[in-house]
Design a protein around this ligand. Structure first.
Ligand code: DQA
Length: 154
C-alpha cells in the first residue's frame, strides 16, 4: 500500500555543502538558498499531483542510507546533485545502481567548464540524464521530466 502512493514520489537529494547555497560562492552557485529551491520544487510537485521530498546531507553513509530507504519506500524517481561526492563516492553510485531507481544528475555549475578534475562524474553513466550549468533552474527542468515520466507510467 505504502509503495503505491510513494511511486508518485520524487526524492531530491543534495550532497555536501549544498546546505550553504545562497552564501557559498554565489558567482558559481547562485544566490538562492536550498530551502527556497526546495520549496519551489515541492510546490511544483503539488501542483502536478506528485509528492516531492527533499533531503540534504554532508555525510556519505547518510546519503547511501537515504537511497536504500527510498527503495523500501517505493520512490519513483530521484533528482541528485552529488556535489563533491560526484568525484569520490563509488558507494553512492553503487547504492543508486543497486536500488534501480531512475535518477537525473543535476549540477548548478557547468562542471566541464571548471577545473579539469571536476569533469569526470561517477554518476553520469548510470543516470537517465544530466543537467549542468543552468543554476537552480536545472532542478526545475529535471523535476518537469520526472513528473512527466511518473505520470506516463501510472
Ligand atoms: C556542484 C559542482 C561540484 O563540482 C561541486 O563539488 C559542488 C556543486 C554543482 O552543483 O555545480 O559541490 O555539484
Amino acid at each position: 500500500m505504502m509503495k503505491k502512493s510513494k511511486s508518485k514520489t520524487v526524492l531530491v537529494l543534495n550532497g555536501p555543502n549544498l546546505n550553504l547555497l545562497g552564501t557559498r560562492e554565489p558567482h558559481l552557485y547562485g544566490k538562492e538558498t536550498l530551502s527556497v529551491i526546495e520549496r519551489r520544487l515541492v510546490a511544483a510537485g503539488t501542483a502536478a499531483g506528485v509528492r516531492v521530498e527533499c533531503f540534504q546531507t554532508n555525510h556519505e553513509g547518510v546519503i547511501v542510507d537515504r537511497v536504500q530507504q527510498a527503495k523500501r519506500e517505493g520512490v519513483g524517481f530521484i533528482l541528485l546533485n552529488p556535489a563533491a561526492f560526484t568525484y569520490s563516492s563509488i558507494a553512492l553510485r553503487d547504492a543508486l545502481t543497486a536500488v534501480q531507481i531512475p535518477f537525473i544528475e543535476v549540477h548548478l555549475s557547468n562542471i566541464h567548464a571548471r577545473e579539469p578534475w571536476r569533469a569526470h562524474s561517477h554518476f553520469t553513466a548510470v543516470a537517465v540524464g544530466s543537467i549542468l550549468g543552468l543554476g537552480s533552474r536545472g532542478y526545475d527542468l529535471a523535476l518537469d521530466y520526472a513528473i512527466a515520466r511518473l505520470k506516463s507510467r501510472s
